[in-house]
Design a protein around this ligand. Structure first.
Ligand SMILES: NC(=O)c1ccc[n+]([C@@H]2O[C@H](COP(=O)([O-])OP(=O)(O)OC[C@H]3O[C@@H](n4cnc5c(N)ncnc54)[C@H](O)[C@@H]3O)[C@@H](O)[C@H]2O)c1
Length: 343
C-alpha cells in the first residue's frame, strides 16, 4: 500500500459530501473519486476537489482506478448492495450508520468483510464527538442513563424510522458504555409523517441492572442532543450538540465525605442545611479538544487501514446497535393503544 490512500465516497448527498471534503483535506489520503446515481451531483463534487466522478460502483471498478478505501453514504437500504461490490474488490469500507436496515443485512456485511480480510468501520460519528472523546478518560460504570435526541423534521433518512435514523447513535454509545447484554426492552413510538415512527421512547434494562431511558424525535421544534448518566461515584452530563459536558465525582473528596459522615454519626452536625453539598463533590467541565467528528472518524479509519487494527466502531458494534434498534422498533410495533397496535 502506498503512503497516500486513495479514497472514494459512494453517495454524495448530505453526509457523503462531508466525507468527500474531509478525505480531500486529511493528510495521507486523496479523494480519488465520488460515485452517485445522480451523476450531475457527483460531477459537481468531483469538480470541487479535482477527482473523478462515476454513476455506479460497477463503473468505478471497471475503470481500473486504484481504490484503497471507501465511505458508503447511500441510503441505509442500499448499504449492503454497495458493500457487496466494494468488499470483494479489496476495498476497506466505512459504512454510514445504521450499518443496515436489518440484522441479517448487517451480519452479511460483517461476515463478508471477515471473509475478504477487509476493514469494516461503521459511521457512528457521535463516538468521535469531542465531548465523547473527552469523557473516555473516566471510568464510567453507569447505573442509569437518560438521553434526549430531538430535532426538527428534515425529510431525510425517511427510508427508516427515528430509531434507526437517530436513536441508533445513542444505542451504540449506551451499548459501548454499559457492556452488558440486554435483559428487557420496553418502547413506545408514533408515526406522524410517514409509515415509520417519528417519535420514540425506549426503556432498556441490562443484565447488570443498568437502566437506559432514551427519547428520540425528528418532529421537534428545536435541536437537543444530550446524555446524562449517574452511578454511585459519578454524574456525567454531555451535550453533543454544543460539544460540551461536565462531570461530578465524589471519590476525589472522599476524606471530606467521611468527615461529614462521622460528624453526623457523632451528632456534631444537626442541621444538614449547614452543609455546602458542592464542597463535598468535585465538579469539572469536560476538557474539550474541538475537532470535526467526521474528520476524526476518517483519520481513525485510515489509521486502521494502515495498521490493519480493529476499528474504533467495528462492524460488530454496528450490528449490535441495529439488533437493539430492531428490538426497540419491534416493541413499538407490538405496543397496544386502547387494545390495538398502531402499525
Ligand atoms: N453519521 C451521521 O451522523 C449521519 C447523518 C446523516 C445521515 N447519515 C447516514 O448517511 C447515509 C446517507 O444519508 P444522507 O442523508 O446523506 O442521504 P442523501 O439522500 O442526502 O444522499 C444519498 C445519496 O446517495 C445516492 N445513491 C443512492 N443509492 C446509490 C447507489 N446505489 N449508488 C450510488 N449512489 C447512490 C443518491 O443519489 C444520493 O445523492 C444514510 O445511511 C444515513 O443514515 C449519517
Amino acid at each position: 500500500m502506498s503512503s497516500i490512500l486513495n479514497a472514494v465516497v459512494v453517495g454524495v448527498g448530505r453526509m457523503g459530501q462531508h466525507h468527500a471534503r474531509n478525505y480531500a483535506k486529511i493528510e495521507g489520503s486523496k479523494l480519488a473519486a465520488v460515485v452517485d446515481f445522480n451523476l450531475e451531483a457527483a460531477e459537481k463534487v468531483a469538480a470541487s476537489y479535482g477527482c473523478k466522478a462515476f454513476k455506479t460502483v460497477e463503473d468505478l471498478l471497471a475503470s481500473g482506478l486504484k481504490v484503497d478505501c471507501a465511505t458508503v453514504a447511500v441510503p441505509t437500504v442500499h448499504h449492503r448492495g454497495v458493500a457487496e461490490k466494494l468488499i470483494p474488490a479489496g476495498v476497506d469500507v466505512l459504512i454510514e450508520k445504521p450499518l443496515g436496515p436489518s440484522v441479517a443485512d448487517c451480519q452479511a456485511m460483517v461476515d463478508l468483510a471477515k471473509k475478504h480480510g477487509r476493514i469494516l468501520q461503521v459511521g457512528h460519528t457521535e463516538r468521535f464527538n469531542p465531548a465523547t472523546v473527552a469523557f473516555k478518560k473516566y471510568e464510567v460504570h453507569p447505573k442509569f442513563i437518560e438521553v434526549h435526541r430531538i430535532s426538527p423534521m428534515t425529510f431525510r433518512s425517511v427510508d427508516v424510522g427515528v430509531v434507526l435514523d437517530m436513536m441508533i447513535h445513542d444505542l451504540d454509545i449506551v451499548n459501548h458504555l454499559v457492556k452488558s447484554p440486554i435483559a428487557e426492552v420496553r418502547a413506545v413510538g408514533v408515526a406522524v409523517i410517514g409509515k415509520f415512527e417519528d417519535i420514540a421512547n425506549a426503556r432498556l434494562t441490562f443484565r447488570n441492572g443498568c437502566v437506559a431511558n432514551l427519547t428520540a424525535s425528528r418532529l421537534a421544534l428545536r435541536t437537543e442532543r444530550r446524555m446524562r448518566l449517574f452511578s454511585p461515584d459519578m454524574y456525567l452530563s454531555v451535550d453533543y450538540q454544543k460539544k460540551a459536558g461536565s462531570i461530578i465525582t465524589k471519590t476525589a473528596n472522599e476524606e471530606q465525605l467521611s468527615h461529614v459522615r462521622e460528624e453526623l454519626a457523632g451528632g456534631r452536625i444537626t442541621d444538614l442545611q449547614q452543609l455546602d453539598y458542592t464542597k463535598l463533590v468535585k465538579y469539572e467541565d469536560l476538557k474539550i479538544v474541538d475537532a470535526e467528528p467526521v474528520k476524526a472518524e476518517l483519520e481513525s479509519f485510515q489509521q486502521c487501514i494502515r495498521t490493519r487494527g480493529a476499528p474504533e466502531v467495528s462492524g460488530e458494534d454496528g450490528l449490535a446497535a441495529v439488533d437493539l434498534a430492531i428490538r426497540v422498533t419491534t416493541c413499538i410495533a407490538e405496543h397496544k393503544w386502547d387494545g390495538f397496535t398502531q402499525f
